[in-house]
Design a protein around this ligand. Sequence first.
Ligand code: KIV
Length: 272
Amino acid sequence: MSYGNTATDARPVTILTLKKMQEAGEKFTTVALYDAPMAAMADQCGVDVLLVGDSLGMTVLGFDSTLPVTMEHMIYHVEAVSRGSRRCLIMGDLPFMTYATPELAMQNATRIMQAGAHMVKIEGGEWLCETVSKLSDRGIPVCAHIGLTPQSVNKFGGFRVQGRDERSARKLLHDAKLLERAGADLLLLECVPDSLAEAITDELSIPTIGIGAGRATDAQVLVVNDILGLTPKPPKFSKNFLVETLDIPAALKKYVEDVKSGVFPADDHIFS
Ligand code: KIV
């Protein structure tokens, strides 16, 4: 089935493609999604990166956090997304406690890559550097995720914006630099003030992806349920693109267009 995409026959997206887009000042787009038909649509609608996020615990499986998500859940959904996508780069999350040591991370990242992912995403700052370095040295690209890291929701006391005070902002900037130095290929910033995301993006040479992190990051990511208005209480930083379009492919294309043109995120979606 075709969704009228011009990019279907384009070359596969790799981390080099993303780096070139960053250098050319072209924003790239990521969507967190979990199944083959949605992956095929996003692929054909010009999305660059498909994130099989452990948010699937909440968006698909009905848990109230990402903590109960297992490697088996992740593998099942990475395989499905991989069957649907031909062009996009597929990023797979490692779930809670499956990368608590570098050895565990290597075993579990191997399983995610063998299920069809092209890179893994892991949550954490300075403590993750050894793991990032080991994965990277062994050929596994890594996206490091800092800011509001949902697997630490109990430590944060809720889903809260991070880096609002000077000390925690400085710590996030410090962590970002160390993760880049350790070999991370991408940095995902979740729910941080826009000025902090801008400072981190300016300091790093790897591309940054933001969600609730303002406009300055090199890319944006949204969860497909939010794009399609399926979330009962959507977060401030998200947007339902289906309300102003005709169907799901049109909503995905509008998201891509609005990120590239800088229309999304608007002021309403930003923590300042
Ligand atoms: O799991 C996920 O979908 C994520 C995004 C919200 C960034 O980590």
